[in-house]
Design a protein around this ligand. Structure first.
Ligand code: PEP
Ligand code: MG
Length: 325
């Protein structure tokens, strides 16, 4: 099966009835680049930059980050590289000066909250991203956004960095695309208010699920309650996509849910335009997309949105997935 999947590497990620999906890859380390290229993914939909942190230290300096991002951008061009700004905290790597454990790390100092509280560090990262944007197709996205103000403050910081670079005659992409992760329920609920401010949405289902159903994503005792097909989760996904569509921006999914081929029919049916998955999952997800009819998936998703039990929704999407599963 592996060879068969590899042979299909250059096939388009397009449904049997002609809907094209952008299929991209998630990475944590630059060393994964060859895997991404071998997978045939159309770019990187999520680069988790917190893995640049070493032992809770600062991010590498601006020049070193610029080098890293530029290398990736150049290797991927003309495909995009979506760089997520630092998402430290929570279950992730801690960052100075947070020396004491937080009582509720998932509700604490993480994601864009840390970046906005550490403007010098944030600006170094943004300047590096901007500098790399002169060498390929680079976009930036903010993690753990919970409201409009964080989006505006993040964008203001980008503008500030652009002005600085311009005054120093350092080249960058003036139209750098800026997106947000939709992974906090409050952001999904006000997706219609956020959409006019950004260029794309990327749904982080790992966090969106945990925050929606109040289930710690790394606690085994409650793992059974962690359900991607919970009706509330799929309604939030649908709401986000609809808000994006109404505002002319695309919505993707970069959480683990995107790589689960049992759920591909559901996500396509809800209307996602991009799926970003681990490099190893790319061939299987591509095959799933190609085996599915978007019209059939949409009809199933309509019904799923009216279905009260997550297990029934799982069964509905699994039935369509049986074509290739
Ligand atoms: C997510 O929350 O779904 C996501 C993609 O981000 P991370 O897993 O890095 O929190
Ligand atoms: Mg997340």
């Amino acid at each position: 099966v592996r060879h068969e999947l590899e042979a299909q590497r250059d096939d388009a990620a397009i449904t049997s009835d002609g809907r094209a999906i952008t299929l991209s890859a998630n990475i944590e380390l630059v060393e994964e680049l060859p895997l991404v290229q071998n997978s045939g993914a159309k770019g990187i939909g999520l680069y988790r930059t917190e893995f640049l942190l070493l032992n809770g230290e600062e991010l590498p300096g601006e020049n070193q980050q610029t080098e890293t991002y530029t290398r990736l951008a150049q290797a991927l061009a003309p495909h995009p590289l979506i760089i997520r700004t630092l998402d430290a905290g929570g279950d992730k790597l801690p960052i100075e000066p947070l020396t004491e454990p937080e009582p509720n790390p998932f509700l604490g100092w993480r994601g864009i909250r840390v970046s906005l509280d550490r403007p010098d560090m944030f600006k170094e990262q943004l300047r590096a991203i901007l500098r790399a944007s002169a060498h390929g197709r680079v976009a930036v996205m903010f993690p753990l956004v919970s409201g409009i103000k964080e989006v505006r403050r993040g964008k203001d910081m980008i503008k500030e960095c652009m002005d600085e670079l311009a005054s120093q005659d350092i080249p960058f992409d003036e139209n750098l695309e800026t997106g947000v992760m939709i992974e906090v329920p409050s952001a999904a609920v006000i997706a219609d208010l956020i959409a006019p401010e950004v260029d794309f949405f990327s749904i982080g289902t790992n966090d969106l699920i945990q925050y929606t159903v109040a289930v710690d994503r790394v606690n085994h005792h409650v793992a059974d309650l962690y359900r991607p097909t919970h009706p509330a989760v799929i309604r939030l996904i649908k709401r986000t996509i609809d808000a994006g569509t109404a505002n002319g921006i695309w919505t993707g999914v970069c959480g683990e849910m995107a790589g689960d081929i049992l759920l591909t029919p559901l996500l396509l049916g809800l209307g996602v335009e991009e799926l970003s998955v681990g490099p190893h999952q790319v061939p299987r997800v591509r095959r799933a997309i190609r085996a599915l009819s978007h019209a059939e998936c949409s009809a199933m998703a309509e019904e799923a949105l009216q279905t009260p039990l997550s297990l029934d929704i799982l069964e509905m999407t699994s039935t369509l997935a049986s074509k290739y599963y």
